[in-house]
Design a protein around this ligand. Structure first.
Ligand code: MN
Length: 424
């Protein structure tokens, strides 16, 4: 199915919510991402759409008659599109809904943003080929990329219970650490705390157990994308990961951005999925003409670090890396859905996929400290003279994402941010 670009993407369309028309807003009327919020006195989560610096309460505006995000996620594509068009029309300058909908706006700064949906299951993939190669080199200099990498999307089933929305700090985890010359491991706080720059993929419509999702229908089952930081303890990981893969090194905390940017909003920012000459063709169940024509998403990604010293000095932090989803990923979202279900696995609404760390080929495109510091061997130096190999207590990492193209309104993902708190 070809992504649909329509009047909701028209860069000339402006909103009566004035803050949405600011050139630097992540949430112009062309975006309209979905999330959950609550204000003081609210009983439960409400469904909201971000518009400028405001949140539109969808139920109060009469766009939906419930506050159940799982129900929204299950909508067929045609209903999703109709809802997007209704919200866009109502927020457009001169809309007859303006007077009624103004009462359904809440300043984003005044509400609490929660997880965008209840996340039942979480799978983390490994689609960043530059990351996989760079990390592989640290462990296997002569053979960085294992032979399965270019044939099967690599992943593992992760832990949904410790995924938190942006703004929630987390405690530096304890774990078993063992240096190469130590006779035995010891239990201690991780000394190699890392971030992972990832895109989160939110499952929309479910499939029944035993019924695989063909690649041609895969995107019907995806509601949208978020930013995702898969915090990792590299010393714990090195000791525990063989033979079954990541475990406690990854299950202590992950941070997700509060807004799901829908596939409809991302329609004008698609790219052909192409691999270099000499790369193997995907197996037929991972291949389609549509996937080749526009399977990739052109999303610019950034990692920002604000140390405790920067915060004390009133400095907002500095960008330590930037990359792009389309350039970094060896597999597309549609391929991940088709592969995940090919054996009959059931996906549920609100399930989350992490893309895997999305690093580019250059040093300043690395989406983890492991790569930025070459496995901890070469510290990076920050503008104020501080150095980092891995993260210290008080460090705040913020992931940012945006889509920008000539002739289109730039849209953003909002911040995915959390601060490292000291071990107890
Ligand atoms: Mn990861």
């Amino acid at each position: 199915m070809k992504p649909i670009v329509d009047a909701t993407h028209d860069p000339a369309r402006r909103s009566w919510v004035e803050s949405a028309n600011a050139a630097d807003s992540d949430f112009p009327i062309q975006n309209l991402p979905f999330g959950r919020f609550r204000a003081a006195g609210d009983g439960g989560w409400r469904i909201g759409v971000a518009i400028g610096d405001q949140v539109l309460d969808l139920r109060q505006a009469g766009c939906v008659d419930h506050a159940d995000m799982a129900r929204l996620l299950q909508q067929p594509a045609a209903e999703r599109l109709a809802l997007r068009r209704a919200i866009s029309d109502g927020l457009t300058s001169g809309s007859p809904q303006q007077a009624a909908w103004r009462a359904a706006l809440r300043p984003m700064a005044d509400v609490q943003l929660g997880l965008p949906c209840d996340i039942g299951d979480y799978t983390d993939f490994y689609v960043g080929i530059h990351h996989a190669t760079a990390v592989g080199k640290l462990f296997r200099p002569d053979n960085p990329l294992l032979p399965n990498y270019k044939w099967v999307p690599i992943g593992y089933h992760g832990r949904a219970s410790t995924i938190r929305p942006s703004g929630h700090g987390f405690v530096r985890p304890m774990g078993q650490l063992k240096g190469p010359d130590d006779a035995a491991p010891l239990l201690a706080p991780t000394q190699r705390l890392d971030l992972e720059l990832e895109v989160g993929i939110v499952v929309g419509r479910p499939n029944a157990m035993g019924e695989s999702i063909p690649i041609a229908e895969a995107e019907d089952h995806v509601f949208g994308l978020t930013l995702f930081n898969d915090w990792s303890a590299r010393d714990v990981q090195a000791w525990e990961y063989q033979p079954l893969g990541p475990f406690l090194a990854k299950n202590f905390a992950s941070t997700i951005s509060p807004w799901i940017v829908t596939l409809e909003a991302l329609a004008p920012f698609r790219k052909p999925f192409a691999r270099g000459a000499g790369e193997p063709e995907p197996l037929p169940y991972l291949d389609s003409a549509d996937n080749r024509a526009h399977g990739a998403f052109d999303v610019g990604l950034e990692v920002w670090l604000q140390t405790a010293a920067m915060r004390a000095a009133g400095h907002a932090g500095e960008r330590i890396a930037s990359s792009n989803f389309a350039d970094a990923a060896y597999w597309t979202v549609a391929q991940l859905v088709a592969h995940h279900t090919v054996g009959g696995c059931a996906l549920n609404s609100g399930d989350l996929f992490g893309s895997g760390t999305l690093s580019g080929p250059q040093r300043d495109q690395a989406g983890s400290m492991l790569e930025l510091s070459e496995g901890g061997k070469r510290p990076i130096t920050l503008h104020n003279g501080e150095q980092r190999t891995f993260l210290l207590d008080g460090d705040r990492i913020t992931l940012r994402g945006h889509c920008a193209r000539d002739g289109l309104r730039r849209i953003g993902f909002g911040d995915c941010s959390a601060t490292v708190l000291p071990a107890p």
